[in-house]
Ligand binder design. Sequence first.
Ligand code: HEM
Ligand SMILES: [Cu+2]
Length: 488
Amino acid sequence: MSVKSRNHLVVSYLIVGGLIILVMMIFGILMLLAQGGVLDLTPATFYQFLTIHGTGMVGAAAFAAAGIMAYFLSQYVTLSKTVLKVNLVLFLTGIVMVIVGVFSFEYASSWTFLYPLPQLSANAWGTIGALLYLVGMLILGVGFLLFYLDSGHAIVKTYGSLAKGLGWDVISGKKSEYDSPSSTVIASTMVTIVNITALTAGAIVLIMNIINVLNPTFTVDPLLAKNLTYAFGHIFANAIIYMAVIAVYEILQQYSHRTWKVNKVFLIAWTMSTVFTLLIYTHHLLMDSVMPIWMLIMGQALSYANGLPVLVVTAYGALMIVYKSGIKWDMGSGLIFLSMFGWVVGVVPAIVDATIVVNQVMHNTKWVPGHFHMYMALGACAMIFGFMYYLAKHDSAIKTTIIDRIGFVGYTLAILGLSGSFLVSGALSTPRRWATHIPEWMGPAVFGGVAGILGLLSVTIFVIHFFRYIRKRPKTMPESDMHDKRLA
Ligand code: HEM
Ligand SMILES: [Cu+2]
């Protein structure tokens, strides 16, 4: 694959991802205004919005993050251009089916499509809506699966095995830290492992649901279905930030003119987060008393530790690499640094929630979206937008203006306000996923809606900048890209 065609594909991933995120923000705002009593939505419409918002955000952020992974990983291994294209086509096909299923056929199970809800909707939606949604998700999932099978194949070809991609031979002392794979390869290997697992579980449970919708006499053990569903959803959503963080490693190295030193601590942290991410989906089953107790204890205990190893080594490394480096701050590096802040701050409420006594009160309140909006929007999405600014600057002569900087400040304040409003709602015991709020719960929802509008305007600025770059983009690649020697 030539550098040029790779970059064109990566740009498509980011523009598709960026635009979907933008549109999904609108549905988020409408939900908050409805919960706040400002806007009249029927509960059915609210749940359609909830479904499209959750599915669209997770799908689009994962897709854009996969673009980041493809962009940098292809500097170390040979990725297939065909697979990148197929994934793009399948993603678009799947998303259109999901949209039609939700809006034309009123499908509204939320993005978690928990069995047997797709089939058993008390006539809120019919077979066609459920099939469009489930088959759309399956198609989109197959696209991602092909992408990770290809990245796994490429990593094994270059480094010998996935274990070596995670640097296990360095951890065991067989190889020196100096010969360790780069941070990009390590993160890509981790995501390849966890997402092949997640997508396989997802495909199985989607097919089970599809058969059940077509023929309700075919039933599945609901506990098995729930395990598979969360093994898919939890892991896949988590993996977004582990792909996006590659932008942090690469961009900070370029801007600071330093290398991100991979040492044993860094490698062990990534291995730990790989294992934890695979295991802790069981924290979604704490209410299922029939689950083996050891699994629930494990899910609870490891939830504390889940992302922490990688977060700690990354935050520490990010501070070290810019410290006294004379780094020049711009939109790209600014958003990347903001993302580290968002990630760290977003984890705190999660740790609070993972504590059993707090969880008994807070779980299933808006405390939960409070935590994940902070780390998804201010963490993962800031990495994605930061990468978009980086790419624009790297590939073209386009300049940022004061408007972009206003967008930066606006976005920061908006997400802090939005997440803060969710956390306040949680503290007031407002349940999550409720279309209707009692008056006592409405204030924070309206506040969050207003913050959301500021966020929408800010992301519009980011996306417009990226569009301007696409229009101005030179037809040839800058000299500096020419030594991407591993591109086939
Ligand atoms: C302006 C920005 C945003 C607004 C106003 C917004 C608003 C909302 C609202 C109101 C909910 C439902 C809360 C409830 O349970 O009552 C929600 C859920 C959710 N949001 Fe957002 N959101 C925004 C950005 C994002 C981003 C950037 C992501 C991820 C990348 C995201 C992912 C999700 C997910 C996964 C859910 C859960 C859906 C479910 O419970 O089934 N949101 N959001
Ligand atoms: Cu989870």
